[in-house]
Design a protein around this ligand. Structure first.
Ligand code: ATP
Length: 380
């Protein structure tokens, strides 16, 4: 496997004002009876992007994918591909293919016949089919399994057959609905990297639906976080994690402490936030939060330092509490620290040394501290 680092690092067409989106959802709404599954949603996806739709069950992500594939039509709004309105174009005429979670392989056909199926239907010549199938088998490393039937394969191999079949017709866009949902955790992790390699090698645009945030964070160039038929934020994995735009996104992705408070003072970008108990939090960048407004200060557990003694002078945002709970996870320890106002804050520390020089245990006094730029101020 090769590292995609250098390619990925420079790929960011969404930051280029000249770049045209490849796929555009323009104010798309989808209703089933009086239920609104997708609500006035707009979204741009760029060519060669690995794009993930992430959200809880029922938020409308599959419906969005199905409309792009042509299995459903929007109730209102438009979906454009390379500037062309897709309305009325049947699924088989769209340069889009969909891979389902169930894989939908034909059980009575061999691996190669499964891969060849769509090509045959398209009337491709025998010789061309044979060479395309061979190319696909090589791509997914299943050359020696060509003559097997799906039930003679492992789950991961079946997944690769489904993948080979869905890219055999060389679609421009591949839609994947929970592509790794049927695999166990370890195989999922390996397959995530295979999928990324394959997408890069083929130069395709991938749109993946998943409810697994780690999967989205690992694979995608950008993630759209969805809730109730709407997009809450579209950003790179790092931005979604480090700079969530709302309480919903902060809470949805990863672990977070959410400290509610009021902006007591603002000067330039910095601000002081007062919590319910009077605790004061100094932040370096308060964004658009205005003085007097109610906000949440969101901070990830790994950005909070815990110690058994008060931190040295000069430390900012120091609060005293008690170790309320503690979980040793091997690679790290998660502390739940109960502050004087009763709020419990989670802080995690990497166990990089085999012995801990500052052992903290249940009901010990503890101090937490964090830098003024360690969290974000959320107004929504
Ligand atoms: P999951 O992860 O569970 O698949 P999802 O985010 O993909 O969820 P969708 O399948 O897009 O969700 O469904 C969104 C909502 O629309 C759900 O509440 C679902 O019940 C509803 N829905 C989807 N298809 C139909 C349909 N054909 N008729 C009626 N309601 C539908």
């Amino acid at each position: 496997m090769k590292s995609l680092g250098s390619i990925r690092r420079s790929f960011a067409p969404w930051n280029d004002p000249e770049a045209k989106p490849y796929i555009s959802f323009e104010r798309v709404t989808k209703r089933f009876g009086d239920f609104t599954a997708v609500n006035d949603l707009s979204l741009d996806i760029y060519e060669r992007e690995f794009f993930a739709l992430l959200g809880a069950s029922g938020c409308g992500k599959s419906t969005l994918l199905r409309m792009l594939a042509g299995f459903e039509e929007p109730t209102s709004g438009r979906i454009l591909l390379e500037g062309q309105d897709l309305r009325g174009i049947p699924p088989y005429r769209r340069p889009v293919n969909m891979m389902f979670q169930s894989y939908a392989l034909f059980p009575h056909m061999t691996v190669e016949a499964n891969i060849a199926f769509g090509l045959k239907q398209d009337g491709m010549s025998k010789a061309d089919i044979a060479s395309r199938v061979a190319e696909m088998l090589k791509l997914v490393k299943l050359e020696q399994f060509a003559k097997r039937k799906p039930h003679q394969l492992s789950g991961g191999q079946r997944q690769r057959v489904a993948l080979a079949r869905s890219v055999a017709k060389r679609p421009k866009v591949l839609l994947l609905d929970e592509p790794l949902g049927a695999l166990d955790k370890k195989l999922r992790e390996e397959t995530q990297f295979e999928l990324m390699d394959l997408q890069q090698e083929l130069g395709l645009t991938f749109v993946v639906v998943t409810h697994d945030q780690e999967e989205a964070m690992t694979m995608a160039d950008r993630i759209a976080i969805m809730d109730k038929g709407q997009v809450m934020q579209v950003a790179t994995p790092a931005e979604v994690y480090e700079a969530p735009s709302s309480r919903f996104v902060a809470d949805f992705v990863g672990n977070v402490n959410m400290l509610e408070g009021t902006v007591a003072e603002r000067s330039d970008n910095a601000a002081t936030i007062t919590g319910a108990s009077g605790a004061r939090i100094r932040v370096e960048n308060a964004g658009e939060a205005t003085e007097g407004s109610s906000v949440a200060f969101a901070i990830r557990p790994e950005k909070i330092k815990v110690s058994s003694k008060p931190p040295a002078d000069g430390a900012t945002n120091v609060m005293e509490g008690e170790i309320w709970d503690l979980a040793y996870l091997g690679d790290m320890t998660v502390y739940h620290v109960k502050l004087s106002d009763g709020q419990v804050v989670k802080a995690s520390a990497l166990n990089s040394a085999r012995t801990m020089d500052d052992p903290l245990s249940w009901h010990d006094r503890a101090w937490i501290s964090f830098a003024p730029d360690a969290g974000v101020v959320l107004t929504r």
